[in-house]
Design a protein. Structure first.
Lengths: 326, 280
């Protein structure tokens, strides 16, 4: 189990060598037909029932709710309103602003998580004594709960007595006075992005570290003999090898970026005055503060659809790129 | 020879320096949090900040476990997380076993349905799930969290385990079949014992997921007594915005079990994350 899996499984199926058939799957375990079928259903049933009730049914319900003006009182009539909730959303400046905030958060945190994570992975991808200890340390923020680290960063970015202000004013002398981080849109987003990057770099580092073990060592050594420096070796040998993993990391981080929720809710609460709302905090407010379930469901579904389209585009694009190269 | 050795030493120093800077940035906030949890209230926002607390005190911990009731919230979280973890591992390993060992009508359809579950963000479902919980009378109930934690975790763990079960040679199943063992015995006595590392990975992630879950618990739990740790900490901070020492004492209690799991089962984390990345 210690061997990393990403190096061997190629998620975009680009490295299949022509002429080599895929490994044929061993046949299923034999058994009498009808009894085997019954056994299989019995194994699946308990889990599938819970899955269907908790996941599948609400998925359909999200779409249905979003088409109604939902009345929260049980038994009350909730009229169908067609696409009204969606039209409202795309004319709602707060929702549009929340999309911009999520896009900014994604555009800032994703590249930085990838660059820093990759940099750390390259540093650790050698026989450096103590590398395991560093890897363990770097991953600690990833396993810590979002609630705890969000509060921790609120404390660090406190306007009076916060470490961030002390560092900026008294140590680096870059701010003239204490900044009230959560009183302005961009300063609040800065703190939220800082948390996102800090919490995420360990994750991308780990994926890249696994991918880098797939870089052929002979190739690296041969290139070094020919006088290629460390940077050139990284650019021409390591980077092409890990491109499939890179694509997966980008797609997953973009999905995560648009779905940012707990850190915004606990750090800025969407404030001041809705300026730092992201789609999920705004949806949560609409649903559980104003009890506008239909509108909340429309926001949820619109966000999911937007993210899905972005992911599919990314997937197509990287697949084409990888094909062209090979 | 001398040159290359010197080059090696320099490269080591540079690398350790860079790694050291990264380690400080990534770990410092935790050290600072730990330090603050031992500070009296009047010192928590001191400038310049102190890493070694002046007059360190354990009062925050005593208060957190005593009057602030965090011992109860700890047990609430532990109960929900343990029960959810057990059910997630059991039910997803049963489904994974059926997918990897039997051919039956509807197999591809059911597997496809499970794969869809991997792509649905849980937050999208929070509104209809809330209505569902209301209709099933599971609002404001601690045991009521369990089916939701189990349901949202099943797809991923089933996927993770089927991948592992595929690597177990089917000849072993067939040998047991010849000895007359039924499907349940083959699952329980053969597949599960051979899959301990994969089951451990599942269990760890299932436990973490339930232990740290915030949005759902915040939405459905109203009673002060039935709170889980994450919402108790967040709501406490909301009400006592400057009691940072107490907030972080409670936070340390919340992350201690996670850190212990993480340090002890480090290698399972690595395998789980790298497999998890293939989820897409």
């Amino acid at each position: 189990m210690t061997t990393p899996v990403t190096t061997r499984i190629d998620p975009l199926r680009t490295t299949r060598v022509a002429g080599v058939p895929r490994r044929r799957k061993t046949p299923f375990v034999a058994g009498a037909g009808r009894r085997t079928t019954l056994a299989a259903y019995l194994f699946i049933l308990p889990g599938f029932v819970i899955y269907a009730v908790i996941m599948l049914y609400p998925t359909i319900q999200t779409v249905l709710l979003s088409l109604r003006d939902w009345q929260i009182a049980p038994g009350a009539d909730s009229p169908w309103v067609g696409l009204d909730n969606y039209i409202r959303a795309f004319q709602d400046p707060v929702f549009l602003n929340s999309l911009v905030n999520a896009a900014v958060y994604t555009a800032v945190t994703v590249p930085l998580q990838i660059i820093i994570g990759l940099f750390l992975a390259v540093l650790l991808n050698s026989k450096l004594p103590g590398r395991v200890a560093f890897r363990v340390l770097f991953y600690i923020p990833v396993v810590t709960s979002w609630v705890v680290v969000s509060l921790l960063f609120r404390y660090i970015f406190a306007s009076d007595g916060g470490v961030a202000n002390w560092f900026g004013v008294d140590v680096l002398h870059v701010f003239s006075g204490n900044i009230s981080w959560f009183q302005g849109r961009w300063t609040a987003l800065f703190a939220i992005c800082a948390l996102g990057i800090w919490k995420g770099v360990g994750w991308s580092m780990l994926i890249f570290l696994a991918a880098l073990t797939g870089v052929p060592q002979e190739l690296n050594e041969a290139a070094a003999m020919d006088g290629a420096g460390a940077f050139r070796r990284f650019w021409y040998i390591s980077l092409p090898t890990i491109r499939a993993s890179m694509a997966v990391v980008v797609i997953l981080l973009v999905i995560g970026g648009f779905n940012v929720f707990i850190s915004v809710l606990l750090m800025s609460g969407g404030g001041p005055g809705d300026q730092t709302q992201v789609p999920l905090t705004y949806m949560y407010n609409q649903a559980f503060k104003y009890l506008d379930f239909g509108y909340g469901a429309a926001i949820s579904f619109a966000l999911t659809a937007i993210v899905l389209v972005i992911s599919v585009l990314q997937y197509w694009w990287t697949r084409r790129q990888l094909r062209e190269d090979s | 020879m001398v040159d290359s050795r010197r080059g090696l030493i320099v490269s080591y120093i540079v690398r350790y320096a860079l790694l050291g800077i990264a380690a400080v940035i990534l770990v410092f906030p935790f050290v600072y949090m730990l330090s603050t949890s031992f500070k009296a209230r009047s010192y928590v926002l001191d400038i310049p900040p102190t890493l070694i607390p002046k007059d360190p005190t354990t009062a925050n911990y005593a208060q957190a476990l005593g009057t602030a009731d965090f011992a109860r919230y700890f047990l609430n979280s532990a109960g929900v997380a343990v029960v959810s973890t057990f059910l997630i591992v059991l039910l997803s390993s049963m489904m994974a076993y059926a997918f990897s060992r039997f051919r039956f009508p509807g197999r591809r359809l059911i597997m496809g349905t499970i794969i869809i579950g991997l792509t649905i963000p849980t937050m999208m479902l929070i509104i209809p799930q809330f209505l569902l919980a209301r209709d099933l009378h599971l609002l404001n109930s601690l045991p009521g969290l369990v089916p939701f934690y189990v349901g949202t975790a099943l797809a991923f763990n089933t996927f993770l385990l089927s991948g592992f079960f595929e690597t177990i040679p089917r000849e072993l199943d067939e040998a047991m079949l010849i000895d007359g063992a039924g499907p349940w015995r083959r699952y329980w006595n053969l597949t599960l014992p051979l899959s301990k590392p994969a089951l451990a990975t599942c269990a760890i992630f299932a436990f973490l997921g339930s232990w740290d879950e915030f949005a759902w618990a915040l939405t459905v739990l109203n009673d002060t007594d039935s709170r889980t740790l994450p919402i108790a900490i967040a709501l406490f901070q909301g009400q006592h915005s400057t009691s940072w020492g107490l907030v972080f004492a409670a936070s340390i209690l919340a992350i201690a079990p996670v850190m212990i799991l993480y340090i002890v089962f480090q290698r399972y984390f690595v395998s789980g994350i790298t497999t998890g990345a293939l989820k897409s």
